[in-house]
Write a protein that binds this ligand. Structure first.
Ligand SMILES: [Zn+2]
Length: 365
């Protein structure tokens, strides 16, 4: 066990079916008066319903698309200014939550948003709080200080304590309408968070606990949630597993799987979780060691390779892309170079070289 580590967590977590109905209680308890809801277009009606019921919600901005763009965040900030919000409610997947983090953190800034995006300027700690309400089980963004934002064809992961939500409401009933394929993609994203949180070079014992339990729950429940989206027990377990994975990688950061996911998303249009799943089983093979043996046994497998077989089976079952041909990749070396340039690659426990990446992608022909 690592003898030295630090652990910092400040997000209030409200977990449970129907917990979203307690939003008003939360707003009252902390004296918030003017809220803006930032959401995915899919949840616009839900947000408008919430606004009808709760008069403290003064505006709804629903123009956040997958892989959110800086330009959309700028528009959301302009809407926020019209009501001078004192709290931002994020309702959606990672895109909505990450965008809300930016809007809240830059509320009082008069500088160009790009200066923050390129981390030329630090975030001030004068901000307004975010209440994150995830509607998928995957991102973990509700408990992390990370935002993944696009600017034209660039994708950056920005990590800053200013992004930590004030609170999150994790209500699995919101995930009941997520279609099967999206359920699988988000679930495998959560699995990537749990595993990378476990094997990141910054791994530590508290996060190990979260990661192991998260992997176990995902392996036991993801297929059921995929087969029968209305299975609330499976949805509960997936929401909880995603939360645990978020708590883990919030401390340790992700590694090579996420590093490789970015070029796959930007250049080949793969959704984030699918792009993570694309290389996940390969990196399990690369990183397999005693610690990973222990985790795989905890999750019900006899060894890490058995776990990779299960991941491959789940990907096939959900018809996710599993080969370079499916993904439309022809230039293996070009892709490998872009992956190697991603800063997160340095968090992988085994040093990743260009040769390793080329071999990995050649194995996915
Ligand atoms: Zn992810």
């Amino acid at each position: 066990m690592k003898k030295e580590f630090s652990f910092y967590h400040q997000v209030r977590i409200y977990f449970g079916r129907g917990e979203v109905d307690n939003l008003s209680r939360l707003l009252n308890e902390f004296g918030f008066k003017r809220a803006i809801v930032i959401c995915d277009p899919f949840f616009k009606d839900k947000a408008l319903q919430m606004a009808k019921k709760e008069k403290k919600i003064k505006a709804v901005f629903s123009d956040i698309k997958p892989d959110p763009q800086l330009a959309d965040i700028t528009t959301a900030m302009q809407v926020e200014q019209t009501i001078n919000a004192d709290v931002v409610i994020a309702l959606g997947g990672g895109s909505a939550i990450d965008s809300a983090k930016f809007v809240a953190a830059l509320k009082y800034s008069s500088f160009d948003i790009q200066e923050y995006y390129y981390q030329k300027r630090s975030f001030s700690y004068t901000k307004i709080p975010v209440i994150a309400i995830p509607t998928t089980a995957g991102t973990g963004s509700e408990v992390t200080q990370v935002a993944v934002i696009n600017h034209n064809d660039e994708k950056r992961t920005i990590s800053d304590k200013a992004f930590l939500p004030f609170a999150c409401i994790v209500d699995s009933s919101l995930t009941l309408t997520v279609p099967p394929k999206m359920t699988m993609i988000c679930g495998l994203d959560a699995l990537s968070h749990a595993l990378e949180g476990y094997w990141s070079v910054h791994n530590q014992p508290i996060c190990d606990l979260y990661s192991k339990e998260s992997v176990k729950l995902i392996m036991e429940n993801l297929e059921t949630a995929f087969d029968n989206g209305k299975d609330i027990e499976a949805r509960d377990n997936m929401s909880y597993a995603s939360l645990l994975a978020g708590l883990s990688f919030a401390q340790t950061k992700t590694a090579a799987v996420h590093a490789c996911s970015y070029p796959l998303s930007i250049d080949y249009g793969m959704p984030h979780g699918e792009a993570c799943a694309f290389t996940l089983d390969k990196f399990i093979e690369i990183n397999a060691d005693e610690r990973l043996e222990e985790l795989s046994r905890y999750a019900g497998f006899s060894n890490p390779l058995e776990m990779t077989d299960e991941i491959k089976r789940l990907k096939k079952k959900a018809e996710l892309k599993t080969t370079l041909k499916d993904a439309g990749v022809e230039d293996i070396e070009g892709l490998a170079k872009k992956c190697l340039n991603q800063p997160l690659i340095k968090n992988n426990p085994k040093k990743i070289t260009l040769d390793i990446l080329i071999k990995l992608f050649e194995g996915l022909r």
